[in-house]
Design a protein around this ligand. Structure first.
Ligand code: GLP
Length: 246
């Protein structure tokens, strides 16, 4: 059963999340992180950037793997996850860009790209800390409802709900790429520790189902219940439907 922490404020949320990363880097400076995109981790990335600027922590030896990326869109597109990561984190910390891994959605051989991504993670010894968000439909990275819990990095079709969730960034639903590369649920579950982040009332129901409901492929994030070392970090709004559940 995952541990659950409810932060009382936005500041506390980002402090607790950043402490998780800082504590890990204290034990091993060259830790391997899996990193999410989305609105939820923005304050965490701001806090990590601040700590790095103040020389409270360093990413100089850290290796990172992003969870997912859209297929067939220019990496410099403002809505690409690569642009997001540069804007919110990588431009502000001392990470060596040679140690940053992002799935290449423009590869001419996507299957090979997915296999290489898995190989690179394994070759470095596996993920120490996977930081993940949760989609409104329970998706984990871009593992949409129905995804197998032993799935690996692969190309997936996005559901209507996920396309809708990204429509505004792309200036309309029609412009959102239909496919993405995502780390698999199996890949994520092999991480030694997982930090699930959720904020906002619109996540309350799905958080309750993921954390306290039945473990089912219909709610990909419910797979985390079977992992021995998960911290679920919530704000009060996203935790509001946990009360009274099993
Ligand atoms: C995105 C990503 C997920 C992310 C989720 C939630 O599309 N593929 O990795 O966790 O949707 O995003 P947000 O934090 O904006 O709610």
């Amino acid at each position: 059963m995952p541990s659950i922490t409810v932060a009382a404020s936005d500041d506390e949320f980002s402090t607790i999340a950043a402490d998780q990363v800082q504590r890990l880097l204290r034990t091993r400076m060259d830790s391997i992180l899996a990193l999410p995109t989305g609105n939820t981790p923005v304050p965490l990335y701001a806090e990590l950037s601040r700590r790095c600027l103040n020389e409270e922590m360093s990413f100089a030896e850290v290796r990172t793997f992003n969870l997912d990326e859209f297929v067939a869109m220019p990496s410099e597109h403002p809505a690409s996850f690569e642009t997001y990561m540069m804007t919110h984190l990588f431009a502000h910390i001392d990470v060596d860009m040679a140690n940053v891994h992002m799935p290449d959605g423009n590869s001419s051989n996507l299957e090979q790209e997915c296999r290489a991504y898995e190989r690179d993670i394994a070759a470095l010894g596996g993920i120490d800390l996977a930081i993940v968000g949760i989609g409104g439909n329970g998706h984990l990275a871009f593992n949409e409802p129905g995804a197998a819990f032993d799935s690996r990095t692969r190309v997936v079709d996005l559901t209507a709900e996920s396309l809708e969730a990204h429509a505004s960034e792309f200036g309309g639903l029609a412009q959102v790429p239909r496919r993405a590369i995502t780390m698999g649920i199996g890949t994520i579950l092999e991480a030694r520790r997982i930090l699930l982040l959720a904020r906002g009332r619109e996540k309350a129901e799905i958080v309750a189902r993921a954390v306290r409901g039945p473990i089912t492929r219909e709610v990909p994030a419910s797979a985390l219940q079977s992992h021995p070392n998960v911290l679920v970090l919530l704000d009060r709004a996203s935790a509001s439907q946990l009360h009274g559940m099993r």
